[in-house]
Design a protein around this ligand. Sequence first.
Ligand code: G3P
Length: 226
Amino acid sequence: MKIKTPLILINFKTYSQATGRNALNLAKICEAVAKQHGASIAVAPQLADAQRIAEVVEIPVLAQHIDNVQPGSHTGFVLPEAVKEIGLAGSLLNHSEHRIRLDVIEDSIQRLKKLELASIVCSNNIPTTSAMASLGPDFVAIEPPELIGSGISVSDAQPEIIEGAVKAVQRITKKIPVLCGAGITKGADVKKSIQLGAKGVLVASGVVKAEKPEKVLTEFVKYMQA
Ligand code: G3P
């Protein structure tokens, strides 16, 4: 499933509001807003919830991580082939809450490409954004870790990191869209991120923990499409 831009990617993390039945309900809300407004919205639930969600919704469902191990004697890992088998569209890699080595990122991107799965590689500053872009993922997502979950939007607190990341990637290739995340809670945060050159946003608590996720998502979409 192709992932279009501008993109709103909701990372469910391990929030209880996005676990089990709650995850399925939230994914259905994301799908409904995407369909109602013709917007590109994707979700990244925990793997335990992913297959049930992918079988029900028609928006891209992504893993939050995959492991670059081969089939065989490995315990507690997740094969990219297993993610493909359950109908996911790709995976996040190297989120600041699940960092992996650069060589593993490189191999994982190639494994995902071979399976026609999208790779969204996370970075935490401009130099790491350049490094990730040089590995040829489908997306790079820059997120200053200190703003994650803060409610202080990266587009307000560190606009230069979004602009700098976009320029850094464009110096390598024009083909890799840059997403940004951390602290995004309002439509204005999404609009400013796009104005700064991002092709979408990566959001967790602003939607997952919202009283009315549908209301927040609809505001994101309206500001993104304005
Ligand atoms: O993956 C996105 C996430 O790290 C951003 O977190 O809660 O600030 O939207 P949050």
